[in-house]
Design a protein around this ligand. Sequence first.
Ligand SMILES: Cc1cc2nc3c(=O)[nH]c(=O)nc-3n(C[C@H](O)[C@H](O)[C@H](O)COP(=O)(O)OP(=O)(O)OC[C@H]3O[C@@H](n4cnc5c(N)ncnc54)[C@H](O)[C@@H]3O)c2cc1C
Length: 380
Amino acid sequence: MGVKLNSEQVDIMKAAREFAEKEFSEVMQEFDKDEVFDLGLLRKACELGFVGVSIDEAYEGIGYSYFEHCLITEEFAAVDPGIGLATLYPAVVAECIRIFGDGSQKKNLLPKIIAGEIVLALAITEPDSGFDIYSVSTTAALENDTWVINGDKAFVLGGDYADYICLLALTDPGNPSPENRHSFILVPKETQGVSWKRLEGKLGMRAATAAKLSFSNVKVSLSHCVGAPGNGISQARALQCRINTMVAAMGVGIARAALYEGANYSKRRHAFEMPICTFQGIQSKLIEMATLIRAARGLYYEAALSFNDSKIDYGFTAMAKRFSGKTALKCADEALQIHGGYGYFDEYRVQRLYRDAKVVDLWEGSKELERQDILKTILN
Ligand SMILES: Cc1cc2nc3c(=O)[nH]c(=O)nc-3n(C[C@H](O)[C@H](O)[C@H](O)COP(=O)(O)OP(=O)(O)OC[C@H]3O[C@@H](n4cnc5c(N)ncnc54)[C@H](O)[C@@H]3O)c2cc1C
């Protein structure tokens, strides 16, 4: 059964779309070319209430659910996926504090995050540890109520300008259960011993800048642990589901933009004295794209609505992201094909969408690992 949006949700989407069209359109080509982001854009989105909509009113948020965050994500991605990601990603990292943080962490950080006063980045991946989060080897050793952190983190989105890093560290290497060896620690980036280097040369999503971070004898107090020590793996999995669902929404936005570009171009472009949209081959592509988008949207809607803070359907969020990734790639590919040779040049937006689409397929749970989560729901 399809999900029917209420009038408030329709208004949120409309407002998000108008904001993105007004604020992203002029700068998106330049941001993509130069691999830059403007924090002023993030602050404007915060002022209008688009960032952190799932934060409770007690922390100056709006108190919607994560579903509304995903609706905004789709709208932003349909205009520019890279800028949309850079604008909304700190709000997903804030979910770590919202769900697992203690009272003082929530009170001190959440209102500032949704006001755009501080930016939070998530650091799980390491140079030698990707999807296998159990192998995260950055250490945080407890010495007299102080965590002493050492290690490197790779691919940290917003790590070049973030104020706080929420990092997964090995805190109890001797614990017999691999589920309980890690914890999330919150590190102010200005802390002594933190250094970072911008990563350049991404294929797509180039406005969402990233950095490599190094921690050398970085000291923060015991109170910087997010949630109980030893719960890092389950927290990372819960966050991954939220990111998966957001990425699925992003994929639908990209696919939708690709369909729009493909359909419009096919009406303008003539071949054999006919608009190319009159050819059956082109029509089939447009029909297939529109159908895939509807199906992908249905999946991410249900995934976003299916989990709450105590219950997560890992398999379902993996399905949503898997299907959305395939849809984004397929639609961007077909839209580029419809553009013929012109689509290969960066003057046309479809080229950027084609590059941006790949990350939806690649990021977080990869295709291979999504299969495992989905299989568990089938075979259990
Ligand atoms: C644009 C971008 C932004 C990112 N932002 C962040 C961020 O902000 N914070 C963060 O922590 N990380 C971030 N990441 C990292 C991302 O979430 C992935 O975890 C990371 O890219 C995967 O690590 P890896 O490249 O080392 O892949 P690996 O884990 O080395 O995997 C390599 C290949 O092996 C396959 N593979 C691995 N295990 C299995 C298995 N069991 N069975 C079958 N196949 C398997 C994978 O599917 C993949 O194809 C980002 C990545 C990108 C590209």
